[in-house]
Write a protein that binds this ligand. Structure first.
Ligand code: G16
Length: 544
């Protein structure tokens, strides 16, 4: 066994963002770049020798090469066993499921999520801890600190592992087990949902669905679960073959990038239900016939209907949402009489709440929903949850949402993104906003009066850790909100996110277009933050 100790120098830019380290593929291909980060991960962990590591990715370009490197480094760093998905593929939720099921020490997930792939696209790497969830900030900070001082990494000189062949082999004294990417995850789904009822719905002939996997990782999972297990006709899953560059598309399940699905659902004779998931399978978009369900509403509706879904019928311990996510779920929690937690953006902040059984369901405006079944958000889980609700309630998606609004009121919601803004200009905008915070309280802007404003800070109720500067929010006396923050997942310049929300209790006013309902707040946000002035952009690049 020949372990090489390779001398290296630190890279200054290996700070993990909202969800791991995301960079252009070309950056990861630089000499030692990937290796430095992987060794920094290992160096910030304790007691992993002889333990199990789970490795897999969303199948994007560079996935296979990176996995071969990681296997040799894991062996040289004395892991005992690695479980790797066949072909190097594991969706993020499946990786979380497999870490938990096998009581692994942790996992390395290779993905840049919804960012485009291919040689000129993005790549990413993140570490998940033994609960199956993204490493909390204290771990990501330790990795970053190590990446700034690293001088060498360890790698075994060994042949590549055949990732396509199921079975066990050795890399030095470490065992590598290539496992089926789908089986464990599909079994977990079957344990949570009423598959008989969903099967009946999908084979009744009166209900049609379309699932768009956007040529990303969920293709094999969706084929196995919806078509093979639940009986949906072949062709229900579209773009179901994963491609290294996602077919040139942008694997982001929203109205802009999942336009093929949107056209199908909004066309004549469209199906009853549509859904899409992202590059690594943790995000979801839910559509009815000619009807879009916002992620915030989806979370609220899932919470309100959990009692009719087997895995959740014994009640919810609580719910959690990221701060910029709309407050629709808060109303459901208040109605049921359970706690609702507000966390910073990033799934890692839900981990402690789920482990401590303070929350059962979690969700984010960024098309992410999930539960305590794993420690990642889960795209196909959300689709199955909706199918279970539809199978029991026998109503259309639109009817279910409208009844929900009638009961709880409607939280009009939209997010405006300003992408690829010059980083310094974006930072100036936020600095300027922060300086305005003390002056805003009580101020009147037309019909809106500021109730309070702050830069969101979160104290974790389980371990007491504090995360500051998580987004500038301006709350008005009528419950409306404007939130500004910079994305932590982009790879090019900065992305300014503007989140807008207003509450409408009266069903007579529930049929407005959100941009229309939020028009005054949109104007106001530019007045306060001077978005055009600072970003130089006339209008948002993406509206969701
Ligand atoms: C990641 C995080 C999410 C977050 C999203 C957007 O999702 O896991 O918690 O909401 O990024 O973050 P930002 O607003 O900082 O860009 P994913 O699906 O990209 O892994």
């Amino acid at each position: 066994m020949n372990i090489k100790i390779v001398s290296t120098q630190p890279f200054a830019d290996q700070k993990p963002g909202t969800s791991g380290l995301r960079k252009r593929v070309t950056v990861f291909q630089e000499l030692h770049y990937l290796e430095n980060f992987v060794q920094s991960i290992f160096d910030s962990l304790e007691g992993y020798q002889g333990q199990t590591l789970v490795v897999g990715g969303d199948g994007r370009y560079y996935n296979r090469q990176a996995i071969q490197t990681i296997l040799k480094m894991a062996a040289a760093n004395e892991f005992g066993r690695v479980l790797v998905g066949q072909g190097g593929v594991l969706s993020t939720p499946a990786a979380s499921c497999i870490i938990r099921k096998n009581q692994a020490f942790g996992g390395i997930i290779l993905s840049a999520s919804h960012n485009p792939g291919g040689p000129e696209g993005d790549f990413g790497i993140k570490y998940n801890i033994s609960n199956g969830g993204p490493a909390p900030e204290k771990v990501t900070e330790a990795i970053y600190a190590r990446s700034k001082t690293i001088t060498a990494y360890r790698i075994l000189e060994a042949a590549d592992v055949n990732l396509d062949q199921l079975g066990t082999s050795q890399v030095g004294s470490m065992t590598v087990q290539v496992i089926d990417s789908v089986t464990d995850y599909a079994q977990l789904m079957e344990s949570l949902f009423d598959f008989d009822r969903i099967h009946h719905l999908l084979t009744s002939g009166s209900f049609r669905m379309c699932m768009d996997s956007l040529h990303a990782v969920t293709g094999p999972y969706a084929h196995a679960i919806f078509e093979q297990r639940l009986g949906a006709p072949a062709g229900t899953v579209i773009n179901g073959i994963p491609l290294e560059d996602f077919g040139g598309g942008h694997p982001d399940p929203n109205l802009v990038y999942a336009h093929e699905l949107v056209d199908i659902l909004y066309g004549e004779q469209g199906p009853d239900f549509g859904a899409a998931s992202d590059g690594d399978g943790d995000r979801n978009m839910i559509l009815g016939r000619k009807f879009f369900v916002t992620p915030s509403d989806s979370l609220a509706i899932i919470a309100a209907n959990a009692n009719i879904v087997p895995g959740y019928s014994s009640g919810l311990a609580g719910v959690a949402r990221s701060m910029p996510t709309s407050q629709a779920v808060d109303r459901v929690a208040a109605h049921i009489g359970i706690d609702c937690y507000e966390t910073p953006t990033g799934w890692k902040f839900f981990g402690n709440l789920l482990d401590a059984n303070k929350a059962t369901l979690c969700g984010e405006e960024s098309f992410g929903t999930g539960s305590n079944h794993i420690r990642e958000k889960d795209g196909l889980w959300a689709v199955l949850f909706w199918l279970n609700i539809l199978a029991v309630r026998q109503q259309s998606v639109e009817q279910i949402v409208q009844e929900h609004w009638k009961t709880y009121g409607r939280n009009y919601y939209s997010r405006h993104d300003y992408e690829e803004v010059d980083t310094e200009r974006a930072n100036n905008l936020i600095t300027n906003l922060r300086s305005l915070i003390p002056t805003l309280k009580g101020k009147q802007f037309g019909r809106y009066q500021v109730e309070y404003s702050d830069d969101f800070s979160y104290t974790d109720p389980v371990d007491g850790s504090v995360s500051q500067k998580q987004g500038v929010r301006i709350l008005f006396t009528d419950g409306s909100r404007i939130v500004f923050r910079l994305s932590g997942t982009g790879t090019q310049g900065a992305t300014l996110r503007l989140y807008l929300e207003s509450y409408e209790p009266d069903p007579a006013n529930h049929a407005l277009d959100p941009q229309q309902a939020l028009a005054t707040l949109i104007t106001l946000s530019d007045e306060i933050a001077q978005i055009h002035h600072f970003t130089g952009l006339e209008k948002p690049t993406v509206i969701t």
